[in-house]
Design a protein around this ligand. Structure first.
Ligand SMILES: Cc1ncc(COP(=O)(O)O)c(C=O)c1O
Length: 409
């Protein structure tokens, strides 16, 4: 069933303004439900948690509700598998720190060339403990990560593989379920960066059987906040990165030093509420999780329509090279579309686009190693148009008209 676009756009108050937001992989617009919950928290719960008094108890409940709802978003088996933090970058740094004692000199970690630096740097940091870090390269013709290549890298010393679900430059969905099985069969753990995937498809950590999965809630219609899933068996093994008197058993607080931000954690629950509402509007009467999955089917449908329109335009232009899958109907593509234009500076294109009040972005998007590999770092990277389900075909056509005027038709 098609999304009710009036409802969708009404749920994001900032879309009423005169800008067209197509920098969603940088940061999405925020749901009104999240903003309301932040205000509600401040007006009703703004005390320290853990006190015996009523308001403090109610605040604790609100914080816990946020965690429960985000657990539903991830399809985690239990809410205490979820860790909140300020950003994906910080959460992955916390994770590598909390895992450091599990590695011994000579152990190996594999990272990919296609990842955002957030899921590379924290693992490279382990080199100081004698860990060897290997890079899983992509096939330079298809831009795909291949299991045969991973196989050649893995040894009995490989303890962890860190891989992105979707590169924020390529937009290709990796088959995380197959990769997780492959990695587990060889005795290692898997840590997945789901940041560029989560706004577009339903996350399901149980189905994929991943050990760690992280995403940025501020790119997934929520506030500037992030969430990390740690499978319970792995969560138990993590060292506490909180005070010395909080041990390994302080789950999940041992991973939230100084406490997670209460109001943003509570407010993030409104992301799940919104998706459930979309599912209900599509006729789903099942569980919250079922409603959310139906919502993402509709979201995918809308985004595919948008991708098809933009990618068919870019493919027809002789001067544009799309980085990644150029078939907009591919089920393996999210609408995060990066490209280069022959003889044109990505920065100048974006500056020209600003005049049309269409927000897009240029650069390497902190996937610096991938940009180097693609040989685009010296020239201001690529232009990236990152769409999401609240964008409309009219907006994409406005963008295309602007490109025609800026680049020549
Ligand atoms: C794929 C990917 N991973 C990680 C990050 C880092 O997220 P955060 O800003 O929450 O640290 C980003 C941000 O752009 C991203 O696109």
């Amino acid at each position: 069933m098609a999304l009710d676009m009036n409802y969708v756009r009404g749920a994001f108050p900032t879309l009423e303004k005169d800008w067209v937001y197509m920098d969603n992989a940088g940061g999405s617009q925020i749901l009104k439900g999240c903003v309301d919950k932040i205000s509600h928290y401040y007006y009703n719960h703004h005390v320290q948690l853990g006190g015996s008094y009523d308001i403090s108890q109610a605040s604790l409940k609100a914080f816990a509700e946020g965690r429960e709802k985000i657990a539903t978003f991830f399809n985690a088996a239990r809410a205490d598998e979820m860790v909140f933090g300020p950003s994906t970058t910080v959460l992955l740094q916390f994770l590598s720190k909390a895992m450091a004692s599990q590695f011994k000199p000579g152990d190996e970690v594999i990272v990919t060339i296609t990842d955002h630096e957030s899921n590379i740097g924290p693992w490279v940091w382990l080199e100081q403990y004698g860990v060897t870090v290997k890079f899983w390269p992509m096939n330079m013709e298809t831009y795909e990560l291949e299991l045969d290549t991973l196989d050649a890298l893995m040894t009995d010393k490989t303890k962890l593989v860190a891989v992105t679900h979707v590169s924020n430059l390529l937009g290709t969905i990796n088959d995380v379920k197959s990769i997780a099985k492959f990695v587990h069969d060889r005795g290692a753990l898997i840590c997945v960066d789901g940041v560029a995937y989560a706004p577009h498809r339903a996350v399901d950590v149980q189905d994929w059987d991943v050990d760690f999965y992280v995403l940025s809630l501020y790119k997934t219609y929520g506030p500037h906040h992030a969430a990390l899933y740690c499978k319970y068996d792995q969560m138990k093994e993590l060292d506490s990165i909180y005070h010395y008197f909080y041990g390994k058993d302080k789950i999940p607080a041992k991973m939230e030093p100084g406490n997670a931000n209460y109001e943003l954690s509570y407010a993030s629950g409104a992301i799940t509420d919104y998706l459930c509402q979309l599912g209900e509007m599509a006729g789903c009467t099942g569980s919250d999780r079922e409603k959310l999955e139906v919502a993402f089917q509709d979201i995918t449908e809308q985004e595919t329509i948008l991708s098809e329109r933009l990618l068919s335009y870019l493919s027809k232009r002789n001067d544009c090279t799309v980085i990644g899958i150029s078939d907009g109907s591919s089920p393996r593509r999210v609408p995060t579309i990066a490209f280069t234009v022959e003889g044109q500076d990505p920065e100048q294109i974006c500056l020209a686009m600003d005049k049309y009040k269409i927000a897009i972005r240029f650069g390497d998007f902190h996937a610096r190693r991938l940009a180097d590999e693609l040989d685009i770092t010296s020239g201001n990277g690529a232009v990236r148009v990152s769409l999401t389900h609240y964008n409309t075909l009219e907006e994409v056509d406005k963008l295309i008209n602007a490109f025609d005027e800026i680049l020549g038709s």
